[in-house]
Design a protein around this ligand. Structure first.
Ligand SMILES: [Zn+2]
Length: 103
C-alpha cells in the first residue's frame, strides 16, 4: 500500500507500526483497533492506515475498559463527521452537567 501526500508530492512513511486507536460512536468508545501511522516527511500530515481485519476489542466486552487502558490509544476517530459531532455534543452536555452539580 502506497500513500502519497498530494500537497507535497511525496510518499508518506510509516512513523509507527501497530498503533492502537479508538473508533468512537455517539455514545462513546466503540471499538479498539490496530493500524499503522504514516506521516509526510515534508508537512507532517499524518494518517492511520493498514487497519487489522478484526478489532482488538469492542465496547460490550466485559474487559473493554481494561484492554483500552492497557493499549493506551492516542487517537480517537469516527466513521463520519456526523457521529463525531454527536459525540462532541454529548461530551459538552456531560461537562455542563458536572459543572452544574458542583455549583
Ligand atoms: Zn505533505
Amino acid at each position: 500500500m502506497r500513500i502519497v501526500c498530494i500537497t507535497c508530492g511525496v510518499e508518506l512513511r510509516c512513523v509507527k507500526s501497530g498503533e492502537a486507536s479508538i473508533e468512537g460512536a455517539s455514545f462513546g468508545p466503540y471499538k479498539l483497533w490496530h493500524s499503522d501511522r504514516y506521516g509526510c516527511p515534508q508537512c507532517g500530515f499524518e494518517v492511520l492506515a493498514g487497519f487489522s481485519q478484526e478489532r482488538i476489542a469492542e465496547h460490550y466486552e466485559p474487559d473493554f475498559g481494561e484492554t483500552v487502558k492497557r493499549f493506551n490509544p492516542e487517537v480517537t476517530f469516527f466513521g463520519s463527521l456526523k457521529e463525531r459531532q454527536a459525540y462532541a455534543e454529548k461530551s459538552a452536555k456531560r461537562a455542563a452537567l458536572r459543572i452544574e452539580e458542583r455549583s
